[in-house]
Design a protein around this ligand. Structure first.
Ligand code: P1T
Length: 379
């Protein structure tokens, strides 16, 4: 089955009771048993729920995995991966990444004795220098949030395999429409399904997908034991969202390209970060591992003026000033004061998250309206 068919039919069957094409929302916590242990595969909705199972099956299908788990948020999914580790273990992570992920690593898991190395992985050979016998996990975000750096997943997988270290890829920005990390050698794919998978800015959710039964069993144990699951209504909504992922992504990519090219021509703009530009430092890797370049675009203004950046995001009308990304509607954010405020100024400026940086999640509206909106806001 090819990708566009998988988003609609992958691992899905009509419901067994009445043949409903979409799974019912099984709004129940528990399931009747005829005798202790005598049930139909479901006993308590933290452990499993049929609507969530339908969604988890869809996650596995679109990421070319064998097992998937849905969580109450993207961070809950990342939290579950980190719980595979123990005190004394070390993690090598992309240095430019979502601020909340950085906060979870440094403010929660460092306190439990896990050590993190934040490394510029644009050249995957940089990873090797940080590996020692305690290294248990390589955490890759690509494209990175918000600088749109591209990490070579295949090259990172080669390093991880050589040293028998798990490789996890946060595939939130790309989605499986653009890249499928498990096929490139990753062990775990993670999503903030809040973003493109849900696609309509109405659900907070996370996902993990793997292709190894042993790893799936360990993660399922954590999902059930820690309990950060999502509910059946949210599962239904994200399953519905996935069915249009391919056509939404196609338009996100077209509009992203138009916006990136417009901004690049604008005399007040300093730098536009978008992997589709031929002079993007890892454009060749993006071209090789992604089908297209996505709908996320970041840029800075000339003079790197904080007040000017704030003025621009406040003036936008079609782009809503808001955290998050990946919904049908266009959003604009100011990472330094919003999504990445939890990263110390010094650390974020090192990766390029300067005061004038603006991040756009380009939606699927008409391209002309989006460009006109940017024009009136930037001046
Ligand atoms: O918000 P949540 O569903 O918990 O997902 C966290 C997360 C993980 N990984 C990436 C790459 C993300 O972008 C996010 C969430 N990001 C935002 C809310 C944001 O505006 O960047």
């Amino acid at each position: 089955m090819k990708f566009n068919t998988k988003t609609i039919h992958g691992n899905q069957e009509p419901d067994k009771a009445y043949g409903s094409v979409m799974p019912p929302i099984y709004q129940t916590t528990t399931y009747a048993q005829t005798t202790p242990g005598g049930h139909k595969g479901y006993e308590y909705s933290r452990s499993a729920n049929p609507t969530r199972t339908a969604l988890e099956n869809a996650f596995a299908s679109i990421e070319n995995g064998t097992h998937a788990m849905a969580f109450g948020s993207g961070l809950a999914a990342i939290d579950a991966v980190l719980k595979l580790l123990k005190s004394g273990d070390e993690v090598i992570s992309t240095n430019d990444l979502y601020g909340g992920t950085y906060r979870l690593f440094t403010k929660i898991f460092e306190g439990f004795g896990i050590k993190f190395h934040f490394v510029g992985m644009e050249n995957a050979s940089n990873i090797e220098a940080y590996i020692n016998t305690n290294t248990k996990l390589i955490w890759v975000e690509t494209p990175t949030n918000p600088m749109m750096n591209i990490i070579d997943i295949k090259a990172a997988a080669l390093v991880a395999n050589k040293h028998n270290i798990l490789l996890a890829v946060d595939n939130t920005f790309a989605t499986p429409y653009l890249q499928q990390p498990l096929d490139l050698g990753a062990d775990i794919v993670m999503h903030s399904a809040t973003k493109y998978l849900g696609g309509h800015s109405d659900v907070v959710m996370g996902a993990l997908v793997v292709k190894d039964k042993g790893l799936a069993d360990r993660l399922y144990f954590i999902q059930n034991a820690s309990g950060a699951v999502c509910g059946p209504q949210d599962s239904f909504l994200v399953l519905r969202g996935i069915k249009t992922l391919h056509i939404r992504m196609q338009r996100h990519c077209e509009n992203g390209k138009a916006v990136a090219e417009y901004l690049r021509r604008h005399p007040k703009i300093e730098t536009v970060y978008w992997p589709g530009f031929e002079d993007h430092p890892n454009h060749d890797i993006a071209k090789a591992q992604m089908k297209d370049f996505g709908g996320m675009v970041s840029f800075t203004t000339k003079g790197n003026n904080y007040a000017e950046a704030i003025n621009i995001v406040e003036k936008l009308k079609i782009f809503t000033l808001a955290e998050s990304l990946g919904g049908v509607e266009s959003l604009a954010g100011h990472p330094a004061s919003m999504t990445h405020a939890s990263i110390p100024k010094e650390a974020r400026e090192k990766t390029g998250v300067v005061d004038s940086l603006i991040r756009l999640s380009v939606g699927i509206e008409d391209e002309e309206d989006l460009i006109a909106d940017l024009k009136q806001a930037i001046g």
